[in-house]
Design a protein around this ligand. Structure first.
Ligand code: 1PZ
Length: 215
């Protein structure tokens, strides 16, 4: 039925969202960025309750961005570029320590941005792995190379335990709802460069504004 179809994860949906993210002049539309994340969270939720603490944090962050997008200053949040300009120009970002702006769009998006790097690394490992590749190892390696350095020990530990409960490669590819393994691999080959480009544009923007370490 339509309700469960709507709930069902499909990699295509994530691919489309990240494709729509990029404007002609290489700005990143927040609305589609958020839609991409929504799709990913749907996927995470199919993996079971062990991943609930991860999905909960991601949902909270997405909600903060959605509120800003739909709020009275929503027109300032059309792209990540306009968000940065607006929040920085109006002193709405805590730059060195947490203060009055603990839920700024900039610091919130930075957390998702860092996770996007993990995703890129993980999906690329998945794409290039052999049939007997271990998803838990791919996931842990990608995590240690990216997000882990921003997380305290207790979260790294919890994440490490959750990774061990990931489904095997074959099951994993099936949940992506694309078709055969070959078709999933092909779609990953399309999705990863888009995710990578959105990541790079955001990374350069944040670097230019000295915002890569927002508290
Ligand atoms: C497919 C398996 C999924 C593995 C996901 C790998 C990422 C593990 C991340 C563990 C995050 C744990 C919960 C909360 C962490 C927060 O403290 C941090 C920093 O936020 P702050 O405390 O400063 O407000 N949050 C994050 O780092 C954002 C994490 C988002 C993770 C989204 C994963 C999406 C997975 C998509 C699956 C295809």
């Amino acid at each position: 039925d339509t309700v469960s179809d709507d709930q069902k994860f499909c990699l295509k949906e994530v691919l489309d969202a990240f494709r729509l993210c990029l404007s002609e002049n290489r700005e990143v539309y927040l609305q589609h960025y958020v839609a991409g994340w929504r799709g990913l969270i749907k996927f995470l939720n199919t993996l079971g309750s062990v991943f609930g603490f991860i999905s909960k944090d991601a949902v909270t962050k997405i909600q903060i961005l959605v509120h800003l997008l739909n709020g009275e200053n929503g027109s300032q949040y059309v792209t990540i570029q306009s968000m940065v300009k607006y929040e920085q120009g109006n002193e709405l970002v805590d730059l060195t320590k947490r203060g009055n702006n603990q839920e700024s769009g900039c610091r919130t998006l930075l957390r998702l941005h860092r996770a996007l790097r993990w995703l890129e690394l993980f999906l690329d490992r998945l794409r290039t792995s052999s049939e007997d590749g271990k998803t838990s190892v791919m996931c842990a390696d990608a995590y240690n190379e990216s997000l882990a350095k921003y997380h305290p020990w207790v979260i790294r530990k919890a994440a490490g335990m959750a990774f061990c409960l990931l489904p095997g490669r074959q099951a994993f590819l099936e949940i992506m709802n694309v078709g055969s393994s070959e078709q999933v691999v092909a779609m990953l080959g399309e999705a990863i460069p888009l995710i990578s480009e959105v990541y790079q544009i955001t990374e350069v923007l944040y670097a230019q504004h000295n915002m890569l370490d927002l508290p």
